[in-house]
Design a protein around this ligand. Structure first.
Ligand code: ADP
Ligand code: TZD
Ligand code: MG
Length: 575
């Protein structure tokens, strides 16, 4: 109406805005100052304008890696990481990362350009035509399409809320090309923007749920606390630490929860994992699901001892997903842990000494068994020789962020490399997915400004390897160590049926270090633990993008790393 009035006043020039600027204004209003993506129709100008408006726009070589960067940004900051893609193929490339964010409970928003609704809906063959909204829906927490410039503010508000509230996850925002060019008055535009207030509201657990949990915990003879990446995400580090200390119970960190308390903490049972799973009688899960990574809470790994589970999780539907939860505590971890601590009062009984001493003895025995293997000086190196070096470097540089993927390279690094600070270990997560490496390394370096050490199987690295150009272009402090064992699991397989190589082997003696030299980074070939140590320390000191080709004995690994048991067995006899 104001416009109509203005339009009739010949001397007043109407200030206008458009879809491009409204998306930028809405993002900035809500504190989104970084976007990860790949440009192209219809978002090329959007990227330029966002950059001009002071948003950092990181341009990748493949959308999947941009998506993984956004996903890990969400995990590290508790704000949704934003990934921007072009229509159909770009969107699909980003979708894997969106699904990954949802699966791992990381807040992320995938914004994708799309083609014109009228043409898509009549399937008339537009440029990069695809019904993206329908395809995204089953893979995220929420999916919205914005058709009018005036709806951009509300749409972004809803996307942020959906991503960060309750159990965090991925959200899809569909923006058809002509949205960006729609013009409205600047005043209407300003009024349409919304700043999210209290986007992830505290969810306080019910007092009787807290009491029930404490009763169960108090009755334990052999208590165990399992910390998952939800606990690391919650950023309630001090309260969690206080709860564990007060309980006196051994704790087991899941992979990405390592470092929430140091792995060297006297109550850490990481090196006695099988013992504590098998022999515990009460298990308190904090931000960890009883999925495959915990053998679904039953079966051989959990032994004969009957278990009672206490589970703290923000998602009510998670309770009883695999086994009965005796004491469900539904709430956000910060509020739930605070309530538990208060309920424990000043005099919480310490767990029976035989349990604590037994766990500690087993842990010390396992650590002592591994120690000499980490000091071997073999060349070519085995996994333990190389990881022994990296373990010391991480101990000396606890602020560094460790990115880790591969099979043997992942499973052995997880066991060998102690972590000392929260949210410093980023890895393949719930799916055990290969390809997170360079996206995570970039996202982590950009969001935290800390040095990143990426420990990568040679196969794992290949999924995102082209992003070393991105790392060099933005001069990020990333040191990549490729554990080069000539292939997947082992480099020794032979195809007996023909002249093609076996399916799991790569070019022998490949020099991954030379790849980064093409982009001005530092490449090093390391064949001994000493060479590896020198090269990683130099990279971490200089902050220069570095790729170290760590030559690993091709016979050292095992099939599928530590999860070979998940391979199906053929019922047919070999002839
Ligand atoms: P891990 O793989 O480390 O075992 P999972 O990804 O399986 O961890 O589990 C993480 C759990 O944490 C999810 O069930 C999720 O709902 C929960 N979660 C995430 N953030 C919070 C939070 N702030 N408060 C409570 N629970 C949370
Ligand atoms: N594709 C995707 C996206 N994720 C996967 N997990 C796989 C394929 C299957 N896969 C694994 O589970 S580990 C792995 C593949 C291909 C690579 C293992 O080889 P690597 O590590 O070189 O990375 P090691 O040290 O040789 O075991
Ligand atoms: Mg390999």
């Amino acid at each position: 109406m104001a416009e109509a009035a203005l339009n009739t006043a010949p001397n007043v020039e109407l200030e206008l805005t458009d879809g491009f600027h409204l998306v930028i204004d809405a993002l900035k209003l809500n504190g989104v100052n970084t976007i990860y993506g790949v440009p192209g129709i219809p978002i090329t100008d959007f990227g330029r304008m966002a950059q001009a408006a002071g948003i950092r726009v990181l341009s990748f070589r493949h959308e999947q890696n941009a998506g993984y960067a956004a996903a890990i940004a969400g995990y590290l900051t508790k704000k949704p990481g934003v990934c921007l893609t072009v229509s159909a193929p770009g969107f699909l490339n980003g979708l894997t990362a969106l699904a990954h964010a949802t699966t791992n409970c990381f807040p992320m928003i995938l914004i994708s350009g799309s083609s014109e609704r009228e043409i898509v809906d009549l399937q008339q063959g537009d440029y990069e035509e695809m019904d993206q909204l329908a395809i995204a829906k089953p893979l995220c927490k929420a999916a919205f399409r914005v058709l009018h410039a005036e709806s951009i503010g509300i749409a972004l508000d809803r996307a942020i809320r959906a991503a960060v509230s309750g159990r965090p996850g991925g959200v899809y925002l569909d923006m058809p090309a002509n949205l960006f060019g729609q013009v409205i008055s600047a005043e209407r535009g300003r009024r349409s923007l919304v700043k999210v207030i209290d986007g992830a509201p505290a969810q306080i657990p019910a007092p009787d749920a807290v009491k029930r949990a404490l009763d169960v915990l108090q009755g334990a003879k052999r208590p165990l606390i399992i910390l998952g990446k939800g606990a690391a995400y919650a950023q309630a580090d001090e309260a969690i630490c206080a709860l564990i200390q007060k309980s006196g119970a051994p704790f087991l960190p899941m992979s990405m929860a390592k470092g929430l308390l140091p792995d060297t903490h006297p109550q850490c049972a990481g090196a006695a994992r099988s013992t504590v799973l098998r022999d515990s009688d009460v298990v308190m899960l904090i931000g960890a699901r009883l999925n495959w990574l915990l053998s679904h809470g039953k079966g051989k790994a959990w032994g004969e001892t009957p278990k009672k589970f206490i589970q703290i999780d923000i998602e009510p539907k998670e309770m009883d997903s695999n086994v009965e939860i005796t004491a469900p505590v539904v709430g956000d971890i910060g509020s739930a842990v605070a309530a538990l601590l208060e309920g424990m009062g000043g005099n919480w009984p310490v767990p029976p000494a035989d349990w604590i001493n037994g766990v500690n003895a087993k842990r010390d025995e396992n650590i002592a068994k591994m120690a000499p293997r980490l000091m071997n000086n073999n060349s070519p190196m085995d996994y333990h020789a190389a990881l022994g070096v990296l373990r010391t470097i991480v101990k000396e540089r606890p602020e560094a962020i460790l990115v880790n993927e591969g099979a043997n390279t992942l499973d052995l690094a997880r066991g060998v490399i102690d972590m000392y600070r929260p949210r410093k270990r980023l890895d393949v997560g719930t799916w055990g997915v290969m390809g997170i490496g360079m996206g995570y390394a970039i996202g982590a370096a950009v969001e935290t400004g800390k040095p990143v050490l990426a420990v990568e199987g040679d196969s794992a690295f290949g999924f995102s390897g082209m992003e070393i150009e991105t790392i060099c272009r933005y001069k990020l402090p990333v040191c990549i160590v490729v554990f080069n064992n000539d292939g997947i699991y082992r480099g020794t397989d032979v195809n007996k049926a023909g002249s093609d190589p076996a399916t799991t082997v790569f070019v022998k003696g490949a020099r991954y270090d030379r790849m980064i030299e093409a982009f001005g980074g530092v490449g090093v070939n390391a064949v001994s633990p000493d060479e590896l140590r020198r090269a990683v320390n130099a990279a971490m000191d200089s902050g220069r993008p570095t790729l170290i080709n760590a030559v690993i004995d091709p016979a050292a690994g095992s099939e599928s790393g530590r999860i070979g048991n998940l391979n199906p067995q053929s019922k047919l006899r070999k002839s």
